[in-house]
Design a protein around this ligand. Structure first.
Ligand code: IVH
Length: 706
C-alpha cells in the first residue's frame, strides 16, 4: 500500500489515494499555518505548488475522497489570535498560477471558450504581481473605517490602527466615491527601505528580516501601531471588495486608474493586452526589468479587463476564472559546496544541510541550503567541493538543484551519509516507515529518549514559545542545564523539580553559577511555577508527538476535552481498540498519520514514563467544550452538494460552534446529512442508511440561524 508523488493518480487504489490525500492535506495545512500566521514559510513556492497540484489531481480522480475541509477549498490559514477579526463581505480569494507560456495560452483559450467569443477579441490587463501581503481597506462616505489582512480569505485580522500609519494609504477620499468602497491591494516594502531597516536592526540588535515580504508582514502585524508607523510600508491598489452602488467605471484598468486619481499608488507597469502573445511580451519585459523595479515581484497577473465579463466568468473554488498569476521561475546562482553537516532533530531525524561559499541569490546572501535527506544527496550526487546551483524561491530555505558534473567532480569521493546516530550511543539509523507502509526517506535514530540529541531537541520544543513558553528557559539555558552535573534537566519533569533540587543543594546553588544571579534565578523559578498550570492544547503540543503540530493539538484538545479522556483514548488505540481509533479518526483534520504517530508515541515505554512523571507536576486545564445545549450538540453532521446561503467553511464553523461534529463521509454514526444541489453518493448512502437528510434551509431552521 504505497504511493508517492510520482505514482500516476489513475493507478492508485482508493485506499492508497485516501492515505496520500490525508498526508498531503496535513502538510499543506501546516505550511499554510506557518506562512500565513507565523510569517515563517517552511516550503518553497514551487514545493508548495507541487503538493497542491498533486492534491488537486488526486481529488479530481477520487471525488468521493474530497474532504469538506480540504485545503484545496480554502485560501491560506485562519487569522492569528492577536488581532480582532473582520469578516470580508466579499471573500478575498487567491489566484491560480501559470508556470509556463503554454499555461498562459491555455488560460486565454479557456476564457475565450467560456465566453464563446468565436474569435472576437478579449482585452486583458497585465501587471506586476507584488510580493507583499494583501490588504482590504474599507471606506464609508469616503473615510477610512477599517482595514483587514486576507487571513483565510473569509476572515482577516483587523489592522486598521496600523494601516492608518501608512503614508501611501489615503484616509479621506474625494467627494465622488461610492458610499461604501473597499479598496484592495498589496502592502510591501521597497528594497532600499528594507536594506535600511535591516541595517538599523543589526546595529541596534533588533530583528533582522529575511526578505522584504517578511519585513512588510512583520511590520503590518504589530500590536503596537507606533512600531508600524516607524516602518516604511507602501501600498499598491489593484482590486476591490464591496462597493455600495453600481460603479459606472466598467473595466479593471479604468477602476485602478480611478484609484490613482483618488490618491492611491497604483502600479505604473499595468497595461492592456489583447492576446496571449502580448501578455507574454509584458511578462518578458517585466522579467528583464525585475531587478531594477526597486521592490520584489514574483510574477505577472493577467486579468480580463471588462467587469461584466469577469462576472460571467465567475470563480472556480478558490480563485477567479478571469485571472491568473504567471509566476517567475525561482532565482538561481552558482557556488561551491564547502561541506555537508548532518543535524539531528527532535524526532531523531538526521537532516543534511549544505554549507556553501556565500553567494547572493535574488538579493539575499545564501550560506546554507537544504539537502532534504540522504536520497537527495545521492540523487544529486553532491560531493564536497563540487560547484552547485542553488535556488531560492520566495522566502524559504534555499535548495541545491543541480551539481556541475565537471572533471573535478569525478575525482571527488561520494558523500558517505552516517549509518549510526551522532549521539554517544551510536545507534543505527533506520528509515522509518510511513503511515502508508512505505519506506520513508528520513533516516532516524531509534534511541528516542536515550539519544541525547533527541532529548535536547525534545526539551527545546517543550519550552518553546508555542508550547510551555517558559521565560528565561530558552535554547541556551536548555543546553546549559542539559549538561550541568549539579542541576541537570534531562527530561521535561526535571524542569518542575529544579527549584526544589536547587534548595536541597546549598553548596552548589544555581545563584552562584556564572550567568545566573539571585534575581534571574528567582525570576526563572517563578516563570516555571506559573507554567504548572497549562492548557490541554499546549500540553499535547508540547509532548512533541510526531505529526501533532499546534493545530492538530488544538483539534485533539477540543475533541477530548480533558487530558484523561485524551490519554485514555491513546492508550486504547495502543491496545488495538478499533472503536477508539475510529472516534479519533472522526475528529476534524485528524487522519491515520496522526493516529499512528500518537499510537507509536504512547506505545514507547520511555515516552510513557516521561509523560507520567511530568503529569504529576502539572494541572492540565480542560479544553473549552463545544456547546451542549443546542439542537445539534453532540451530533455528527455531513455536508454534501453545494450550499447556497453560506460557504462550506462557514457552515462547518457554525456547526462546530453549536457543538456538532462535522465529518467528511456518511456512516452509520452520522446523525444528519445536509444535502444541497448536486449531492450524489453521500446522499444516496444517507438514504440507504436511513440517516436524517435536511436541505440547507431546514438545517438553518434547525440551528436557529435561518
Ligand atoms: S489580484 C481575486 N493583482 O497575489 C484575486 N493580486 O495569489 C485578486 N497579488 O492574494 C488578486 N499582486 O496578495 C492581484 N497585481 C496583483 C497582485 C496580486 C500581488 C497577490 C495578492 C493575492 C495573491 C494571489
Amino acid at each position: 500500500m504505497t504511493s508517492s508523488a510520482d505514482t500516476p493518480v489513475d493507478t492508485l487504489s482508493p485506499l492508497e489515494a485516501s492515505a496520500e490525500i490525508a498526508r498531503l492535506s496535513e502538510a499543506i495545512r501546516e505550511a499554510d499555518r506557518l506562512y500565513y500566521q507565523d510569517d515563517a514559510p517552511s516550503l518553497s513556492d514551487a514545493d508548495y505548488d507541487r503538493l497542491r497540484l498533486r492534491l488537486i489531481a488526486l481529488e479530481a480522480q477520487f471525488p468521493e475522497l474530497v474532504r469538506p475541509d480540504s485545503p484545496t477549498r480554502k485560501v491560506g490559514a485562519g487569522p492569528s489570535e492577536k488581532f480582532e477579526k473582520i469578516r470580508h463581505v466579499v471573500p478575498m480569494l487567491s489566484l491560480d498560477n501559470a508556470f509556463s507560456e503554454e499555461d498562459v495560452v491555455d488560460f486565454v483559450g479557456r476564457v475565450h471558450k467560456f465566453l464563446a467569443t468565436h474569435g472576437q477579441p478579449v482585452t486583458f490587463t497585465a501587471e506586476p504581481k507584488i510580493d507583499g501581503l494583501s490588504l482590504s481597506i474599507r471606506y464609508e462616505g469616503g473615510r477610512l473605517v477599517s482595514a483587514a489582512t486576507r487571513g483565510d480569505g473569509a476572515e482577516g485580522e483587523n489592522v486598521t490602527a496600523n494601516v492608518l500609519t501608512i503614508a501611501d494609504v489615503p484616509q479621506q477620499l474625494p467627494g465622488d466615491v461610492p458610499a461604501v468602497l473597499e479598496v484592495r491591494g498589496e502592502v510591501y516594502m521597497s528594497h532600499a527601505d528594507f536594506a535600511a531597516l535591516n541595517a538599523k536592526a543589526e546595529a541596534f540588535g533588533g530583528k533582522v528580516f529575511a526578505n522584504p515580504r517578511n519585513a512588510a508582514a512583520g511590520s503590518l502585524r504589530q500590536l503596537d501601531p507606533k512600531i508600524t508607523a516607524s516602518r516604511p510600508l507602501k501600498f499598491f491598489a489593484y482590486a476591490w471588495g464591496e462597493i455600495s452602488a453600481d460603479w459606472a467605471v466598467e473595466t479593471q484598468f479604468d477602476r485602478v486608474q480611478a484609484f490613482g486619481r483618488w490618491g492611491f499608488s497604483v502600479n505604473p507597469r499595468m497595461v492592456r493586452c489583447s492576446s496571449a502573445e502580448e501578455l507574454l511580451a509584458v511578462y518578458r519585459g517585466l522579467e528583464a526589468d525585475r531587478a531594477g523595479l526597486g521592490y520584489d515581484i514574483d510574477g505577472v497577473v493577467y486579468k480580463v479587463d471588462r467587469i461584466d465579463l469577469q462576472t460571467r466568468l465567475g470563480f472556480v473554488s478558490r480563485s477567479p476564472r478571469w485571472a491568473i498569476a504567471h509566476k517567475f521561475p525561482a532565482e538561481k546562482a552558482r557556488t561551491v559546496l564547502e561541506g555537508i553537516d548532518v543535524q539531528v532533530g527532535r524526532t531523531g531525524a538526521h537532516t543534511p544541510v549544505a554549507r556553501l561559499t556565500p553567494v547572493t541569490v535574488g538579493g539575499v546572501v545564501v550560506t546554507n541550503a537544504t539537502l532534504h535527506n540522504a536520497d537527495e544527496i545521492e540523487r544529486l550526487d553532491a560531493r564536497i567541493g563540487d560547484t552547485v546551483i542553488v535556488q531560492r524561491a520566495g522566502d524559504v530555505i534555499p535548495q541545491i538543484v543541480e551539481v556541475v558534473k565537471d572533471d573535478a567532480h569525478d575525482g571527488r569521493s561520494p558523500f558517505e551519509f552516517p549509518h549510526v546516530c551522532l549521539c554517544d550511543l551510536a545507534t543505527p539509523l533506520v528509515r522509518e516507515e510511513t503511515a502508508a507502509g512505505e519506506e520513508g526517506k528520513i533516516r532516524r535514530c531509534t534511541g528516542e529518549f536515550a539519544c541525547p540529541f533527541q532529548r535536547q531537541e525534545h526539551l527545546r520544543h517543550f519550552v518553546s514559545r508555542r508550547a510551555f513558553d517558559i521565560e528565561g528557559l530558552g535554547e541556551k539555558q536548555i543546553e546549559f542545564f542539559f549538561h550541568d552535573p549539579d542541576l541537570p534537566i534531562r527530561e521535561p519533569s526535571d524542569i518542575f523539580t529544579l527549584a526544589a533540587r536547587n534548595a536541597e543543594n546549598p553548596l552548589k546553588k544555581l545563584e552562584n553559577k556564572e550567568g545566573f544571579g539571585a534575581v534571574s534565578v528567582a525570576k526563572l523559578f517563578s516563570a516555571i511555577e506559573a507554567r504548572r498550570t497549562v492548557s490541554l492544547e499546549r500540553f499535547v503540543f508540547a509532548l512533541g508527538i510526531r505529526n501533532v503540530g499546534e493545530t492538530t493539538a488544538k483539534q485533539l484538545a477540543r475533541a477530548y476535552g480533558s487530558w484523561s479522556a485524551f490519554h485514555d483514548a491513546a492508550e486504547k488505540i495502543v491496545a488495538g481498540d478499533g472503536v477508539a481509533r475510529e472516534e479519533m479518526d472522526a475528529i476534524d483534520q485528524i487522519g491515520e498519520t496522526v493516529i499512528d504517530s500518537i499510537a507509536a508515541y504512547f506505545r514507547e515505554p520511555h515516552n510513557r514514563a516521561i509523560v507520567e512523571k511530568l503529569v504529576a507536576h502539572l494541572t492540565i486545564l480542560d479544553a473549552e467544550k463545544p456547546k451542549a445545549d443546542t439542537a445539534i450538540a453532540g451530533k455528527t453532521v455531513v455536508f454534501t452538494g453545494s450550499l447556497e446561503k453560506m460557504t462550506r467553511d462557514e457552515a462547518k464553523a457554525q456547526a462546530e460552534r453549536l457543538g456538532a461534529k462535522v465529518a467528511g463521509s456518511v456512516s452509520a454514526k452520522t446523525h444528519i446529512v445536509v444535502a444541497g444541489p448536486g449531492a450524489g453518493s453521500k446522499l444516496a448512502k444517507a438514504q440507504a442508511l436511513g440517516v436524517q437528510v435536511l436541505s440547507e434551509d431546514e438545517w438553518l431552521a434547525l440551528v436557529g440561524e435561518g
